[in-house]
Design a protein around this ligand. Structure first.
Ligand code: GAP
Length: 690
C-alpha cells in the first residue's frame, strides 16, 4: 500500500530535524526512550527564541501581567486540591495479542465481523487423545469420533475435503479438522442439512466439555474483528497467534461464532485483536522526597505549570502591586506519563508549557460596579480591555491575542483552526474553552478532506474553581478585597443587590455542592454559599480566571512543519538535486544571519567578515561560514532556516570605491540580493528579526 503523503512528509521532516540538529531522540545511543526528545544546536536556539517571544509578549510588554518561576516538585497537597491525584487519568487498554497500549478514547470506531473463539487445544494433545480413545468402545471420545465418521460417510468426507482443498487428509486428520474452528464454515451448509448440523455443533463442543481429557487446552474467550468481506482465515490466523503466545503449541481453535458489529472501539485497529477493558491510568510521574521511599515522602513531577500560579497567587498579588484584572505568567517543564506518546514531539512525556492565568472579577462584581457586563460577539477581537468586561469578553480577547501572537511568528490564520469545546467536552468547572489548532501533516481530515488540526493551545474560562479549591484545601484565604465594589454595592437599589446576591449565591452553591467532601451536609454548603455572597456585598470575592495554556514543543513542531519546503534543482548536465528550505519567520529563526567572506584564502576578506560577525554578535545569533562555494553555503543556511546571508566581497574592501564598506544581503525566501552599508547592517537586520 502506498504511504500516505502526510506520513512521507513527516518522515522527511523528522530526518531533516535529525540531520541538521533540530531534534534528537533522547538517549539515542541506548536505543532511545519513548516520549522524550532532545533539542540540538538549532532546535535549542529555536526554542529559546519562541520562549523569549512569549515571555516578552505576555509579561514584559504588558502592565497587567507579572511573571513567576516556580519549582517542578511542589507539595502533593496542591495536586490533591487541583483534582490531579484523583482524576488526572486517561482510559488505557492493551492489545491482548501484542500488548501494545492504546488510549481507549483515541481509538477510531471500526465496523466488521467479530469472530469469537471459546478456546483452543494443542494439536498434538488432541491427536494423542484421539489415538487413545478411538478404539475404546463406549468411551466419550470414541463415541464422538465414531459419530463424526458416521455423520460423514466416505462420500461426504471426500466432498468436505475437496471443498477445503484437503484431499489427502486421513480419517484421523479429518476428525481433528472437525474439531477445529475452520470446520465451521458456511461452505459446509450445502453438505449438512440443518438438523444434523445442530447435533454436529454439539459434538464439536466435546473437547470443551471434557477438558480433563485434553492434555493442554484453554477455555478462554478471545475475539478478532475483521473488516466486512475479509475471509475468516484472517481472524483464525490472529487467534492462533494469540493462543500460541499464551504457550499453546499448534493451537486448534474451538467454538467459532461470528457476529456483525458497527462502530466498535474494542479492537486493535492494527491487527483486529481484542483489547483489554479500558482502565484509568493516572498520568502524573510519582517520586519520593527524602531518603526513605515511604507514602509520607510521595511527590509528583508537575503535570502543568498552572497550579504553582494559583498556589502563589497571594504572594504575587501582594508583591507586584497588581489589582484584579491581572495575570501571572509562567513557563517551564511539565511531565505526563502519556499512555501513548505519538506524532514525534507532539505528545511527549516531558515537555514545556507557557501558561497565563489571568484573574478577573466575577461578572456579578462587574455588574455591581458598572451597571452591566458588556456583551461581545463570539468571534473577532473585542479591542482594548474595558472595565465593564465580564468573563466572555476576556475569554474572547485572549483567544484573539493568542492568534495574533501566532501570526506574528509566521503561523498564518489559514494554518490554524479553532475548536470550541462542547458542553460534554468541558471540564465541570469550565464555562468555555477554545482550542487553537494547528494543521499538522498528521492531523485528521474533515468530510471535505481538509486538515482539521491538532491542539496547539487551549484557552479556558475556568471560573473561580482553582483558587476556591486551594482556599478550601489549604485553609488560607484566596479572595481579594475590592474597594470599588464595596462602594458601588452600597449605592445599588435593594432589588439589584438582591438579584446579584442570589446569582452569586447560586454559583457558589453549585461549586460547593459539586466539590463537597462526603462529610459536608447541604446545610453547611448553603451556609458557606451565604457567607460567600455576603462577602461579595462587602467587596470580597475569589477571582475568576481565563487561562491561555500553550505547549512550547507543539509550537516548535508547528513552526518546523510550517517552515519546511523542498524544491528540485536540475543543473546544466540534467542532474537533479532536492533542496530543503526552512522558511522560519525571522523572529524565530535559530540563526538570523550567515556571514560569509567571498573567499577563505583572502585574509583581507576573512578579517572584514569576522569584524562584521563581531559587530552583530551582541545583538543576534549569527553564523560565520567560510567553507565551500557561496552556493553551498547558502544551501546550508537555507536548511537551517537562516533568513539572511551577508557576503563580504572585494567591493566591501573598496574595489569599486563607491561600494566600500557595503555588503550583499541575500534573502532566503526569494533569493533577492541587496547592498547595505556595514554601518546600517545591524539596524537593518534588527528591524527584521525583532
Ligand atoms: N493548565 C491547563 C493545561 O495544562 P492542557 O490542555 O492539558 O491544559 C496545555 O495542556 C497545552 O500543553 C496543550 O495545548 C499542549 O500544547 C501542551 N501539552 C499538553 N500535553 C502535552 C504533551 N503530552 N506533549 C506536548 N505538549 C503537551
Amino acid at each position: 500500500m502506498a504511504e500516505p503523503k502526510e506520513n512521507l512528509q513527516m518522515e522527511k521532516i523528522v530526518s531533516l530535524c535529525k540531520r541538521r540538529g533540530f531534534i534528537f531522540q533522547s538517549s539515542e545511543i541506548y536505543g532511545g526512550i519513548n516520549g522524550f526528545w532532545d533539542y540540538g544546536p538549532l532546535g535549542a536556539e529555536l526554542k529559546r527564541n519562541v520562549k523569549e517571544l512569549w515571555w516578552n509578549a505576555m509579561t514584559r510588554q504588558r502592565d497587567d501581567v507579572a511573571g513567576l518561576e516556580a519549582t517542578i516538585i511542589m507539595s502533593p497537597a496542591i495536586w490533591k486540591a487541583s483534582g490531579h491525584v484523583d482524576t488526572f487519568s486517561d482510559p488505557m487498554c492493551d492489545c491482548l495479542l501484542t500488548k501494545k497500549r492504546f488510549r481507549a478514547d483515541q481509538i477510531e470506531p471500526q465496523s466488521g465481523t467479530v469472530y469469537k473463539y471459546s478456546g483452543a487445544i494443542e494439536r498434538e494433545g488432541l491427536k494423542t487423545v484421539i489415538k487413545e480413545s478411538f478404539h475404546e468402545e463406549g468411551a466419550t471420545f470414541g463415541e464422538a469420533y465414531t459419530k463424526v465418521l458416521l455423520t460423514f460417510p466416505k462420500d461426504k468426507r471426500d466432498e468436505v475435503k475437496k471443498k477445503f482443498g484437503k484431499e489427502n487428509m486421513t480419517d484421523e486428520q479429518f476428525i481433528m479438522f472437525f474439531f477445529s474452528a475452520e470446520f465451521k464454515d458456511e461452505r459446509l451448509e450445502s453438505i449438512t442439512d440443518g438438523q444434523s448440523w445442530l447435533s454436529l455443533e454439539l459434538l464439536q463442543t466435546l473437547p470443551i466439555q471434557f477438558p480433563e481429557k485434553l492434555p493442554k487446552s484453554s477455555s478462554e474467550d478471545y475475539s478478532v474483528l475483521v473488516p466486512h468481506g475479509k475471509p475468516p482465515e484472517t481472524a483464525r490466523k490472529t487467534a492462533r497467534l494469540y493462543f500460541q503466545q499464551k504457550g499453546y503449541k499448534e493451537p486448534m481453535l474451538l467454538g467459532e461464532t461470528r457476529s456483525e458489529i458497527e462502530n466498535t472501539t474494542r479492537f486493535n485497529p492494527e491487527n483486529g485483536s481484542l483489547l483489554t477493558e479500558p482502565r484509568p491510568f493516572n498520568l502524573m510521574f510519582k517520586t519520593y522526597v527524602g531518603p526513605v521511599e515511604s507514602e509520607d515522602g510521595v511527590a509528583y513531577l508537575r503535570p502543568e505549570t498552572a497550579q504553582a500560579i494559583f498556589a502563589q497567587f497571594k504572594n504575587v498579588l501582594e508583591t507586584s502591586r497588581q489589582k484584579v484584572p491581572f495575570g501571572i505568567g509562567q513557563m517551564g517543564k511539565a511531565f505526563r506519563n502519556e499512555v501513548t506518546p505519538r506524532n514525534y514531539t507532539f505528545r511527549s512525556r516531558e515537555f514545556e508549557q507557557m501558561e497565563l492565568e489571568f484573574f478577573i472579577k466575577p461578572d456579578e462584581a462587574v455588574e455591581a460596579i458598572h451597571g452591566s457586563v458588556v456583551t461581545v460577539p463570539e468571534t473577532g477581537h473585542p479591542g482594548e480591555p474595558q472595565p465593564n468586561w465580564g468573563w466572555q469578553a476576556w475569554h474572547q480577547y485572549w483567544v484573539e491575542e493568542r492568534v495574533r501572537f501566532y501570526e506574528g511568528i509566521g503561523l498564518s490564520r489559514e494554518t490554524l483552526g479553532f475548536h470550541r469545546q462542547t458542553a460534554e467536552e468541558l471540564a465541570h468547572y469550565a464555562r468555555a474553552c477554545v482550542d487553537i489548532l494547528f494543521k499538522f501533516p498528521f492531523s485528521k481530515r474533515d468530510e471535505q478532506g481538509e486538515l482539521k488540526g491538532e491542539e496547539l493551545e487551549g484557552i479556558a474560562a475556568r471560573s473561580d474553581f482553582d483558587l476556591s479549591q486551594h482556599q478550601r484545601f489549604s485553609g488560607k484565604p484566596m479572595g481579594v478585597f475590592d474597594e470599588e465594589l464595596r462602594t458601588a454595592w452600597g449605592k445599588l437599589p435593594k432589588e439589584k443587590q438582591d438579584d446579584l446576591w442570589r446569582r452569586y449565591y447560586e454559583n457558589r452553591k453549585k461549586y460547593l455542592t459539586k466539590m463537597a467532601k462526603p462529610e459536608e451536609t447541604p446545610e453547611q454548603i448553603q451556609k458557606q454559599a451565604t457567607e460567600d455572597a455576603n462577602a461579595l456585598a462587602k467587596g470580597n470575592y475569589i477571582p475568576h480566571v481565563i487561562e491561555p495554556s500553550a505547549g512550547v514543543d507543539r509550537l516548535i513542531l508547528a513552526l518546523i512543519t510550517n517552515a519546511y519546503s523542498e524544491t528540485t534543482k536540475t543543473d546544466d548536465k540534467g542532474k537533479s538535486e532536492t533542496l530543503y528550505v526552512m522558511k522560519f519567520h525571522p523572529r524565530v529563526a535559530p540563526v538570523k544571519a550567515g556571514i560569509f567572506p567571498l573567499l577563505k584564502n583572502k585574509p583581507e576578506l576573512v578579517t572584514k567578515a569576522l569584524a562584521v560577525r563581531d559587530l552583530l554578535r551582541p545583538w543576534m545569533n549569527v553564523n560565520y561560514d567560510e567553507s565551500g562555494s557561496i552556493g553551498k553555503r547558502y544551501a546550508r543556511q537555507d536548511e537551517a532556516g537562516t533568513p539572511f546571508c551577508v557576503t563580504i566581497d572585494f567591493d566591501t574592501l573598496g574595489e569599486k570605491p563607491e561600494l566600500l564598506d557595503t555588503v550583499t544581503i541575500r534573502h532566503r525566501d526569494d533569493g533577492r540580493q541587496e547592498r547595505v552599508k556595514i554601518s546600517e547592517l545591524r539596524d537593518f537586520l534588527l528591524s527584521k528579526v525583532r
